[in-house]
Design a protein around this ligand. Structure first.
Ligand code: GLV
Length: 400
């Protein structure tokens, strides 16, 4: 009996590193979301996890992936599967770009630095947000990899031009112009909590903080959270706690229009990606404007609720713009199979924000590494099961 038991019993070695332990018990991005929900204060988690109003678009982005099924081919020799591709004319190990996210340091004190390093290790581009809590230069100093800079156009164009010049000097490859944020969407989870950024210490926050001592200890020990790209400027650097809506509504330029895209061309030599396209007509206008790529995006369901699921836009936009510009599909990506589906429909790559923030919130920088290698590995497995060995094998015949 002892022998029988010995042959079937298998204990895992205890992992002393808490981050590694958490990751060793996770199987996917949703597991990391569950862990992040436990570890982060509720207000912080809801800011990351939530969307606008009834969160219909937030749900629709993921549902669109769930609805689409595969039509796998078999007996096709999948001994070697290679998901590498090119984006903006440069090679990429698999078709993913890390989306810009504001205030990344609320998930982990290393914030944008951790994410940029992980992206560099994975060989994929990282987009740094205008609303970042680490500066253009700080991120460039830790990551020699591909970096894109996301631009919100503030009323003060001099300040925007200054940030664009800094991005050029620091070796950023592309500008991402976000166009879906004329005013801030109504994120009702934040409204209910009176959530401010940087988080303001009120009674609720104090209780939340006591209930999440790991996060709180790391937060109070690290330097204050600021808009690192605009420290000391007229737009305010986040030195005082403000509601995000107040900041956006007072500083973002609502007059932004297609002529500003031309302006951007005149102050930036590299590729431009317009992020926030939500119709075929605007995809065509972007191609006519001569930009290099568009990100079909509804800001992860955080802006206009009832905006269409981005995956549903991929095929019609690809049909309308052809090879004139590259299409990136942003929002709802949680699995490698999601990326495969978007590529089958005509996307060049996907963009993901929450997926890596869940990793960061669950296990810091290691958590981001986990997410990226998970998505990469997932893609290879899914392609093998579909009978596809290269990105060029992925087409609409394989989904339905
Ligand atoms: C900022 O861009 C946000 O979506 O909160």
């Amino acid at each position: 009996m002892i022998d029988t038991l010995r042959s079937v019993l298998q204990f895992r070695r205890f992992e002393f590193d808490a981050n590694k332990r958490r990751l060793s018990r996770s199987a996917n991005v949703d597991d990391l979301r569950t862990i992040a929900k436990r570890r982060l204060p509720r207000g912080v988690f809801d800011y990351i996890d939530g969307g606008a109003e009834d969160e219909r678009t937030l749900a629709a982005n993921q549902d669109a992936y769930a609805r689409l099924t595969f039509r796998p081919r078999v007996l096709r020799d999948v001994g070697k599967v290679d998901p590498s591709t090119t984006l903006l004319g440069r090679p990429l190990p698999f078709p993913l770009v890390l989306a810009p996210t504001g205030f990344t340091r609320i998930a982990d004190p290393q914030g944008e630095l951790a994410v940029a390093r992980a992206a560099d290790r994975a060989g994929i581009p990282y987009s740094l947000s205008t609303m970042a809590t680490r500066s253009i230069e700080e991120v460039a100093a830790v990551s020699p990899g591909r970096k894109w800079f996301q631009v919100y156009v503030w009323r003060d164009r001099g300040l925007v031009k200054d940030m664009i010049d800094r991005a050029a000097n620091a070796g950023y490859e592309a500008l991402v112009l976000t166009v879906d944020t004329a005013v801030l969407g109504r994120r009702e989870r934040d409204v209910r909590r009176g959530f401010t950024l940087p988080p303001k210490i009120g009674l609720n926050t104090l209780i939340d903080g006591v209930l999440h001592p790991g996060w709180t200890w790391a937060f109070v020990r690290s330097e204050p959270i600021r808009f690192a790209n605009v420290i000391g400027s007229s737009v305010g650097d986040g030195n005082t706690a403000v509601s995000l809506a107040a900041q956006v509504n007072s500083q973002f330029d609502r007059s932004l229009s297609w002529s500003d895209v031309e302006w951007m061309r005149s102050v930036w030599d590299g590729p431009i990606v317009i992020k926030g396209i939500q119709t075929v007509d605007d995809a065509v206008l972007a191609a006519d404007a001569g930009v290099d790529a568009i990100a079909l995006s509804n800001h992860g369901g955080r802006q206009l609720d009832s905006a269409p699921a981005t995956l549903d836009l991929v095929a019609p936009c690809a049909d309308a713009v052809g090879d004139r510009i590259e299409i990136i599909c942003d929002g709802g990506v949680r699995r490698g199979s999601d990326i495969v589906k978007a590529v089958c429909l005509g996307a060049r790559a996907c963009m993901a924000g929450r997926a890596y923030l869940y990793g960061l919130g669950a296990a810091g920088e290691l958590g981001v590494d986990y997410v990226l290698s998970h998505l990469h590995g997932d893609m290879k497995r899914v392609m093998a099961l579909m009978g596809a060995t290269r990105i060029s094998d992925l087409n609409r015949e394989l989904v339905g």
